[in-house]
Design a protein around this ligand. Structure first.
Ligand SMILES: Nc1ncnc2c1ncn2[C@@H]1O[C@H](COP(=O)(O)OP(=O)(O)O)[C@@H](O)[C@H]1O
Ligand SMILES: [Mg+2]
Length: 254
């Protein structure tokens, strides 16, 4: 467990930089603390494997800093908008995540405001780290579930936008349930390419693909590329299942 700081203590200088990363001002800090109270956040817990301003946090990206927090007694994940983020608010991400949730994808959205997103806290590991300790059958099941989630996003027309290189966008919890995170760049106005991007990331290009291919044994990359090409032309369920087969994750029985 990390350091738990009640919301009313967050105005102290050492925490200001996390709440208003990377450039704190007292006016902005005050506004944000008020917003946190309105969201019902009672405390923030500084814990996790990343570090911001010398404090441990769950994650950090271009738009936000993600920390563990408490809403009453409930553990939640709190995404804090960076003051230098090129987005005016968290409302777009909240809207996209809410749609993903209806498809059974993403951490559950609990609440949102201008500068914060409150969501289900996922206790788990990012995919590259999870790969270090999984077995072949667990890997196949998790790969299949990730692709099924991408299929549902494709079918609903919601393009995540950052899945072709997603080492920080898939968290796998302690029950081996994968969660796709970060719907900040998601859109309903692009042609969805969740399945094709994810297959490229998992099986074709980069360090994660190399590791997975080593674990699952060699598959025919040309066949995978061909299956993706066919799926791009016609995003039918049967074309999707051919992708699962060529990727070697079509698990019918346990
Ligand atoms: N619901 C969550 N539970 C636990 N950790 C999370 C959660 N959401 C995000 N994270 C962690 O925070 C990191 C950054 O989140 P992300 O939404 O990608 O922020 P950004 O938009 O700034 O890139 C993720 O890579 C992940 O490690
Ligand atoms: Mg991100």
């Amino acid at each position: 467990m990390g350091i738990i700081v009640p919301v009313q203590k967050l105005s102290e200088e050492s925490y200001a930089l996390v709440i208003c990363y990377p450039k704190p001002s007292s006016a902005e800090l005050e506004k944000r603390i008020k917003e946190l109270k309105e969201l019902g956040i009672s405390a923030i817990e500084f814990s996790g494997s990343k570090v911001v301003a010398n404090l441990p946090v769950l994650g950090k990206g271009c738009v936000g800093v993600v920390v563990k927090a408490y809403r009453g007694g409930e553990e939640v994940a709190l995404k804090i908008r960076r003051v230098d983020a090129d987005r005016s608010g968290m409302h777009h991400e909240a809207k996209m995540l809410a749609i993903a949730n209806q498809l059974g994808v993403g951490p559950k959205l609990l609440n949102s405001s201008d500068n914060f997103l409150v969501m289900q806290y996922i206790r788990g590991k990012l995919l590259p780290e999870w790969l270090e300790s999984c077995t072949e059958i667990r890997l196949k099941l998790v790969m299949k579930e990730i692709l099924e989630q991408c299929w549902r996003l494709d079918a609903a027309g919601l393009d995540h936008g950052e899945l072709s290189h997603a080492p920080k966008h898939i968290i796998i919890d302690e029950m081996d349930k994968p969660f796709i995170v970060d719907f900040e760049t998601a859109s309903l106005n692009r042609k969805p390419s969740n399945v094709t991007s994810m297959v490229q990331f998992l099986f074709i290009r980069g360090a994660v693909a190399e590791k997975i291919n080593n674990m699952l044994g060699s598959r025919n990359e040309n066949l995978i590329v061909e299956a993706l090409r066919r799926y791009k032309m016609d995003r039918s369920r049967s074309n999707f299942e051919i992708i699962l087969e060529t990727c070697g994750v079509y698990v019918t029985t346990l």
